[in-house]
Design a protein around this ligand. Structure first.
Ligand code: IPM
Ligand code: MG
Length: 381
């Protein structure tokens, strides 16, 4: 019997481009397993529109339980026009909320870095503003408007009324802010707490809790930003940010905005973490931040890098394999340096003969080859 560790990863390919990008990332993880002598016991689960079609629910209880029993989850994307009816009682996104809520995944980490050759060509923001951008959005994920009481529209047309509520308890704020402080400490030591304290009571509580905690982290420089001006600064001076921490909806919006800095949402990974520890690290759910992109689904056109980098985060945080995570990140950089691109990160309207514009599968192959080449180089002659 081999004494290689066997990690249990649950995959949720989901809808749209989800299955394509998850398949690409699984190939890369298996290649990392070859190089670093581990195995993965993969299990696949239906969620989102795929589960609605198959079972009539966004995710079955047994799939939530099985995912929760794995060492980590790798998710593609859920949703699409087929299930978009605003009146539908069952919606694909409910699968995300079930997983986040039931598995206690209260912190969503969305790192944004900018690959230099993409900053120079494909990014919509001027290259000089992107120099030194390396930020991490920590988004609260199981509270606020997403989980607060709501009433769907009632009343006669012309007089309809609906409501959503934004509740936060001190403990919900404290645990995500604590994680953000710890992360800031392990990075450049700067924490920006984002709120709307000039209007919202929950934001004033949020700010108070951050202030109460700062004495525990004298080595971390803390600043507060109102979310509207933060949205502006993220584009005007993105390099000034290190770690940002914010409530659920603000984090949702700011992280898509920050995605523009990386040239394409398709580049960005995420990790959703809770308190549960696995044998190797912290249990988590990892997914690219792009959505299901139904317009290009099934065409081998989606950028797999966000999912591949999510798998690298999974290896680092849930499986305690920084060696494999570093190697995957280096292989992605090598593939980009060599000019491999999907359409979203090939400079629009500027054909460049140094770039090879390819599909999902071929870009994943370039990453797999770069990983394997690293392996060859690390074996003594
Ligand atoms: C995200 C997505 C989800 C969210 C949607 C699909 C419900 O936008 O993960 O950022 O709003 O949380
Ligand atoms: Mg979002």
């Amino acid at each position: 019997m081999s004494d290689r560790p066997v990690y249990r990863i649950a995959t949720i390919p989901g809808d749209g481009v989800g299955p394509e990008v998850v398949a690409a990332a699984c190939r890369v993880v298996d290649a990392a397993g070859e190089r670093f002598a581990f195995e993965v016991d993969w299990s696949e689960h239906a969620a989102g529109g795929a589960a609605i079609d198959a079972y009539g629910v966004a995710i079955r209880d047994e799939d939530v339980a099985a995912c929760g029993a794995a060492d980590a989850i790798l998710l593609g994307a859920v949703g699409g026009p087929k299930w978009d009816d605003p009146k539908a009682a069952v919606r694909p996104e409910q699968a995300l909320f079930r997983l986040r809520g039931a598995l206690g995944l209260f912190a969503n980490l969305r790192p944004v870095t900018v690959h230099p050759t993409i900053a120079a060509s494909a990014a919509p923001v001027r290259a000089e503003l992107l120099e030194g951008v390396d930020l991490l959005i920590v988004r609260e994920l199981t509270g606020g408007l997403y989980f607060g009481a709501r009433t769907e529209a009632t009343g006669a047309p012309g007089e309809r009324h609906a409501s959503d509520t934004l509740p936060y308890s001190e403990s919900e704020i404290r645990r995500v802010v604590r994680l953000a402080f710890e992360l800031a400490r392990s990075r450049r030591g700067r924490l920006t707490s984002v709120d709307k304290a000039n209007v919202l009571a929950t934001s004033r509580l949020w700010r108070t809790v951050v202030e109460e905690m700062r004495s525990e982290y004298p080595d971390v420089e803390v600043g507060h930003q109102l979310v509207d001006s933060c949205a502006m600064l993220l584009i005007k001076q993105p390099a000034q940010f290190d770690v940002l921490v914010t409530e659920n909806l603000f984090g949702d919006i700011l992280s898509d905005e920050a995605g523009v800095l990386a040239g394409s949402l398709g580049m960005l990974p995420s990790a959703s973490l809770g308190e549960r520890r696995t044998a190797y690290g912290t249990f988590g759910l990892y997914e690219p931040i792009h959505g299901s992109a139904p317009d290009i689904a099934g065409q081998d056109r989606a950028n797999p890098i966000g999912t591949i980098l999510s798998a690298a985060m999974l290896l680092r945080l849930s499986l305690g394999r920084p060696d494999a995570a570093d190697a995957i990140e280096a292989a992605v950089d090598a593939a980009l340096d060599a000019g491999w691109r999907t359409g979203d990160i090939a400079a629009a309207g500027q054909p460049d003969e140094r770039l090879e514009v390819v599909g999902t599968t071929a870009l994943a192959s370039a990453v797999v080859n770069a990983l394997a080449a690293g392996a060859a180089a690390s074996v003594p002659a």
